[in-house]
Design a protein around this ligand. Sequence first.
Ligand SMILES: [Zn+2]
Length: 328
Amino acid sequence: MVLCEGFNRANEVSEVRSELVGRRRRPTVRGTFGPSLSSTGASGGFHAVRSPDSTHTAKLKTTRTDRPSIEDRDGRRSGMPTVTPRCCGSLTMDKSVLVTGETGIEIEAPSNVFLIEGEQTVLVDTSFGDVELMAERHPEFACRRDDDQTLRAVLRSEGHAPDDVDAVVLSHLDWDHCYNLDLFDTDRTDVYVQRRELEYAVAPYPMHYHRYDAKALDREPPWLSVDLTPIEGETEICPGVTAFPTPGHTLGHQSVAVETDAGTTVVAVDAVPTFENWEGTADAPFRRGLAMDEIAWWQSAREVRERADEVLPGHEWGIVDAGPERTG
Ligand SMILES: [Zn+2]
C-alpha cells in the first residue's frame, strides 16, 4: 500500500519536475494539492504554475524606492546590511540530530530565524507552527514558544510588521523552519526556496514524510498554499544578500551570505546547525549533523567555512537572546 502510494507520488513529482524545469525565468509556483485539482488523474497533483515574469534577471527584485535607507544599531549611517538572529521558540530532540554520535542525550534546541536589514528587509526562515498543532503533528519534539517569541512578536520587537518584509528565504522545508507563512501577503513579500528542495518536498519518500508534514500523512504542508518562488543555485536577493545552495541536511537546503560591515556573515541554518559542528580536529574539521546526503553535507560545511567570517547556525543558543528552560 505504501509502496503503491510512493510509486504514484514519484510519478506525480516527475511531472511537476518537468513542468518546473521547463520554466527558465522566475516561475512563481502556487503549491496547491487537492483531489479536485489533479491534472495527472492520480489523487492529488501539483497545481497552477504561474507564468514566468519576463522582466526577471539574476537580481530578483529591484530596490523599493519608498523605503528609507537603514541605520545600523548604533545609529550610524551604514550602507551595509545587518543580520539579527532571533529565537522563535524551542523543541527537544536527541542531540545526535544536530551532532552525529551524540546519541541518547535529549536536548532543548532553539528554533532561530534571521532578520536581514539592508536595501531590503529579508527574513530567513519562519520557524514551526502553533504549538497546539505541533503537539498533534510532532509531539515527540515538545515544541515550546513564549508569547514574545511568535514570529509576529519577534518582527514587531525589531520594528517591523509582516508587510515590511520584502523577501522570505526558506533555508529548507523541514517542518520546524517554514510555518507561519500566512503572516505574509505574497503580493508584497516574495518567498524563495531552492527548486531542488521544493521538488523533493512535494512528494518525499516515506522515510521523510514526517519531516515535511507530507500530504501522504493527510497533512497540509505549511508552504503548500503559498506562492513560492523557486530559485536555482546561487542567487542575489538584494545587494549584499546572496542565497546559495548548501545541500546535505536536505537535498535542496540553502544558506544566505550577507556582506556586513564586519565581513561576510553566513546564515548557515541547518548546513551548520550548532557551533559544536565546528569543533572538529585537524583530520576531521567538522562534526556532521543529520544529513540526507552525507558527502554533500561535508562539502557544504566546507563552503560555509570558506565563505564566512561569521557563521549563524539554525539551532544554536549562543547567537540569540534566549536560553533553554528544560534540562535534559
Ligand atoms: Zn532544523
